[in-house]
Design a protein around this ligand. Structure first.
Ligand SMILES: *Cc1c(COP(=O)(O)O)cnc(C)c1O
Length: 365
């Protein structure tokens, strides 16, 4: 038994013919930049999510960056977000010389605690970036209500949650703008980098499309604003299109693997908590143990790969030292970073593989 943390090879072998054909078509056409697959993908995913606009871009990080640019975020602005996420969420804020203002997380869902947002709002606050960690959405009814009261925009960092549901609506459609990523290890991944932005606002969508291609105006050498090269490659769009055909089934398979883990593990370790009215696409299946480091070593000795998302909350990162946060500022995030451990999770996990992993964790506990 050779266990992978995320088995991308098994996925490729399963869809090889369709992926190869899609990629070969792009190569034969040689429309590598903004080829027809880009529009096809934007239409397919926009329809799936249920927003008027779906705009592909070069990565999940660029998706967030382009949206902040479109909102005119800059020096002196504050953006509220979670310290328990991948660095990209707050890096884009700081790159624009704005200030990430962290708010601690809910101890059950690990997403931003909506009851703590209002206290962090100042006259400089412009918006909120909530993250749907590990595939479960944050509580957008509460987040949107606070934002509306204070005139803030809300961005959904859905890099880990494409396809998950909140109160019957799909992730990426739950606030002003949704941003996702097609990094290979995300639930719906490509063979490199890619991302997408979802929104309903026509004029914002126009600005984002322009920013994505060097601030383009009506035609190619008409530049109406300062932009960047933030396009998604046509080849990557072809890969996502091929995989997307199987994605609804993959989501179901991820959900049944997660359920199987929870049934087997809930007495041995703290298993993930799904709130009523929420589904997850299980970007990660993470358990908690006060003896996390020993457990990780024990599993490694049994050839079970695991990962820690995330070993250090963002307010304690050297890159954010200038913000002046200190240890103890966000106790829920800090404790979680010591206890969390992600297990192998992908739609191609076999029952006997999960049984082996569950057995080893029980043996340790
Ligand atoms: C992966 C990820 C990103 C960045 O996406 P990339 O496509 O790698 O740039 C942003 N936010 C979160 C929460 C992520 O997990």
């Amino acid at each position: 038994m050779k266990l992978e943390f995320i088995d991308l090879k098994r996925q490729y072998e399963t869809y090889k013919n369709e992926i190869d054909a899609r990629m070969q078509k792009v190569i034969s056409n040689s429309a590598f930049i903004m080829g027809p697959e880009i529009k096809e993908l934007e239409e397919a995913l926009g329809k799936f999510v249920g927003t008027k606009h779906a705009i592909s871009c070069a990565s999940g990080t660029d998706a967030l960056f382009l949206v902040l640019l479109a909102y005119g975020v800059g020096e002196g602005d504050e953006i509220i977000t979670t310290p328990f996420t991948f660095i990209a969420t707050s890096e884009v804020i700081a790159l624009l010389k704005a200030k990430p203002v962290f708010v601690d997380i809910d101890p059950q869902t690990y997403n931003i605690d909506p009851t703590k947002i209002e206290k962090a709002i100042t006259p400089r606050t412009k918006g909120i970036i909530a993250v749907n960690l590990f595939g479960q959405c944050a509580d957008y009814d509460q987040i949107n209500a606070v934002a509306k009261k204070h005139g803030l925009f809300v961005i959904e960092d859905a890099a880990q949650s494409f396809g998950s549901e909140y109160q019957g609506r799909r992730s990426c459609s739950l606030s002003d703008v949704g941003c996702t990523s097609f990094f290979p290890a995300k639930p719906l991944g490509c063979f490199g980098d890619g991302g997408m932005i979802f929104l309903n606002d026509d004029s914002k969508a126009d600005v984002i499309r322009s920013l994505r291609v060097h601030g383009m105006g009506k035609d190619k050498y008409d530049n109406v604003r300062i932009g960047m090269n933030g396009r998604m490659d046509t080849l990557q769009a072809a890969v996502v299109l091929a995989k997307f055909a199987h994605y609804p089934q993959e989501i179901k398979d991820r959900q049944s693997k997660a359920q199987y883990y929870t049934q087997g593990l809930s007495k041995a370790v703290k298993t993930p908590h799904l709130k009523d009215g929420y589904t997850s696409v299980w970007a990660q299946y993470s358990v908690c143990s006060p003896r996390r480091d020993d457990l990780q070593k024990f599993l490694k000795d049994a050839a079970i790969p695991t990962a820690i998302h995330y070993p250090m909350p963002l307010h304690l990162q050297k890159a954010f030292a200038h913000l002046g946060y200190k240890k103890g500022d966000f106790p829920v995030s800090e404790k979680l970073s010591q206890e969390i451990l992600a297990l192998p999770m992908h739609p191609f996990l076999k029952n006997e593989e999960q049984d082996f992993i569950i057995g080893k964790i029980k043996e340790f506990s």
